[in-house]
Design a protein around this ligand. Structure first.
Ligand code: AP5
Length: 215
C-alpha cells in the first residue's frame, strides 16, 4: 500500500506519518529527513541542499529524485511507502508514477492534512528537533521529558533553521505555488483523495487517518 501524505509545512505530516508507518508496517519516506540526514553527515548533496532549505525554497528535482530512487530500490520488498513531503513538483509526481508502475504497486490514496497558515506559523515557532536522531517535539503539545533534551538519545534540542517565521512564510508561498497544484494532478488521475482537518489533537487526527485507510 502506497500513500502520499500531503500538506503544507508544519501540517503534521512527519508526526502522523511516523505513527501510520508503525501501525501499518510501511516505510515512511520523508525527503526532508533524507536531506537533513545528508546534511548531518556533511555529504556534498547535503551541503548543496542546505542553501535552498535555509531560504525556504525547493531543492532541485534532480537531487530529490536521486535520493528517492535509492530508498525505494532498497526498501521495495517492504509492504509499501508513506511519502511525506514528496512529491512537491509535477516532475517529482511524474517520476513517482513511473517508479511505482515499474514496481507494479499503485498509489492507494492521497491524504491531505489541512491546517491554516496562522496555526502553522505558531506551531513551527514552538517546534524543537533533535539534531542527532531527528525526533520532533513541540513546546506546547509534545514537550520533551527534560527541558531542551531529546528523550530518545539525550542530545540537546535545537530549532530548525528554516522554522524562523519569515522562512516559514516563504515555505508556505512555495507550497501554494509549486506543490498544492499537484492535488489537481492526482484528482484528474482518479487517485482517491481524503482531506483531513489537521488542527485537532494528534490522537484525533491519527484516529481519523486510520479510519480512512482501513475503509
Ligand atoms: P520538510 O522537512 O519536508 O518540511 P515540510 O514539508 O515543510 O514539513 P515540516 O517537516 O516542517 O512539517 P510536518 O508537516 O512534517 O509537521 P510536523 O509533524 O513536524 O522539508 C524541509 C525543506 O527541505 C523544504 O523546505 C525544501 O527546501 C526541502 N525539501 C524537502 N523535500 C523536498 C522535495 N520533495 N522537493 C524539493 N525540496 C524538498 O509537525 C510540526 C510541529 O507541530 C511539531 O512541533 C509537532 O510536534 C507539532 N504538531 C504536529 N501535529 C500537531 C497537532 N495535531 N496539534 C498540535 N501540534 C502538532
Amino acid at each position: 500500500m502506497n500513500i502520499i501524505l500531503f500538506g503544507a509545512p508544519g501540517a503534521g505530516k512527519g508526526t502522523q506519518g511516523e505513527l501510520l508507518a508503525k501501525r501499518f508496517d510501511l516505510v515512511r519516506l520523508s525527503t526532508g529527513d533524507l536531506l537533513r540526514d545528508a546534511l548531518r553527515r556533511g555529504t556534498p548533496l547535503g551541503l548543496e541542499a542546505k542553501r535552498f532549505m535555509d531560504a525556504g525554497e525547493l531543492v532541485p528535482d534532480s537531487v530529490i529524485l536521486g535520493l528517492v530512487r535509492e530508498v525505494m530500490a532498497a526498501e521495495s520488498a517492504r509492504g509499501g511507502f508513506i511519502f511525506d513531503g514528496f512529491p512537491r513538483t509535477q516532475a517529482q509526481a511524474e517520476s513517482l508514477d513511473a517508479t511505482l508502475d515499474e514496481m507494479g504497486t499503485p498509489l492507494a490514496m492521497v491524504i491531505v492534512l489541512d491546517v491554516d497558515d496562522e496555526t502553522i506559523v505558531a506551531r513551527l515557532s514552538r517546534r524543537l528537533a533533535c539534531p542527532r536522531c531527528g525526533a520532533v517535539y513541540n513546546l506546547d503539545t509534545d514537550k520533551p521529558k527534560t527541558a531542551g533534551v531529546c528523550d530518545v538519545c539525550v542530545t540537546g534540542l535545537v530549532q530548525r533553521s528554516d522554522d524562523e517565521a519569515s522562512t516559514v512564510r516563504r515555505r508556505l508561498e512555495v507550497y501554494r505555488a509549486q506543490t498544492a497544484p499537484l492535488l489537481a494532478y492526482y484528482e484528474s488521475a482518479g487517485v482517491p483523495m481524503h482531506i483531513i482537518a489537521g488542527d485537532r489533537p494528534v490522537d484525533e487526527v491519527q484516529a481519523d487517518l486510520v479510519r480512512r485507510i482501513e475503509s
